[in-house]
Design a protein around this ligand. Structure first.
Ligand code: FEO
Length: 192
C-alpha cells in the first residue's frame, strides 16, 4: 500500500469496530439493573396471581379474572425485559421469587395493595430511566419510555377501581355489579 493511501488499514478497521462495539454494549451496571427489573416484573405477576386466587376463593370470579389478566400483563412486561437484555448482548439472570401475600380483609384492601405495589414498580422504572440517561444508553432510554406510559395507565386504572369500590363498599349489589364489570376485561397479551 502506498505511504499516503486513504484506504483504512486492517488495524484501523479493527479498532473502529471495537470502538463501535464498545459504544453499543450494555454496561454491566445497566445489565444488572435490567435483571433486577425483570425480577420485579415476575414478582408482580406472582403478586397478581395470589390476588386472583384470593378472589376466586371468595367466589368473586370477575375480580379473579381481572387479576389473572393482570398477571399475564406482568408476564408480558417481564418478557419485554428478558428479550431486551438478550438483544443487547446481556445475560439474563433469573432469581427465585418471594412468597407473595395471600390474605386480605376485602376487595378494597387487595386493590390498595396492588396500587402500592405498582407505585414501587414505577419508582424502579424511573430509577432505571435515570441510569440509562446517565450512561447515555440511548437504546435503553428509548426502550424504557413504553414502561413510563404503562405505569401511568396502571396506577390510574387501579386508583379508579379503588375509588369505585369505596363508593359501593356498603352495598352488596354494588359489589356484585363491580365484580361483573371487572370480569368483562379482555386480555391484551394472553399468555400461550
Ligand atoms: Fe409491570 Fe404492573 O408493572
Amino acid at each position: 500500500m502506498p505511504p499516503y493511501s486513504r484506504e483504512p488499514t486492517a488495524t484501523a478497521i479493527y479498532w473502529l469496530g471495537h470502538y463501535i462495539l464498545e459504544l453499543e454494549m450494555l454496561s454491566k451496571s445497566l445489565e444488572d439493573a435490567l435483571n433486577t427489573q425483570l425480577h420485579l416484573e415476575f414478582e408482580s405477576s406472582y403478586v397478581y396471581l395470589s390476588m386472583s386466587a384470593w378472589f376466586e376463593w371468595k367466589n368473586m370470579l370477575g375480580f379473579a379474572k381481572w387479576m389473572n389478566i393482570q398477571r399475564d400483563e406482568e408476564q408480558f412486561h417481564a418478557s419485554k425485559f428478558y428479550h431486551f437484555i438478550l438483544d443487547r448482548g446481556g445475560q439474563v439472570k433469573l432469581q427465585s421469587l418471594q412468597q407473595p401475600r395471600w390474605e386480605w380483609d376485602g376487595p378494597i384492601q387487595v386493590f390498595e395493595a396492588a396500587l402500592e405495589h405498582e407505585m414501587l414498580v414505577t419508582k424502579s422504572i424511573h430509577q432505571l430511566v435515570d441510569q440509562a440517561m446517565e450512561e447515555r444508553d440511548h437504546a435503553g432510554f428509548t426502550f424504557l419510555q413504553w414502561f413510563i406510559t404503562e405505569q401511568v395507565e396502571e396506577e390510574a386504572t387501579l386508583t379508579a377501581i379503588i375509588d369505585q369500590l369505596r363508593m359501593v363498599q356498603e352495598s352488596q349489589s354494588g359489589m356484585f355489579l363491580m365484580d361483573k364489570e371487572l370480569g368483562a376485561r379482555a386480555a391484551e397479551h394472553p399468555m400461550p
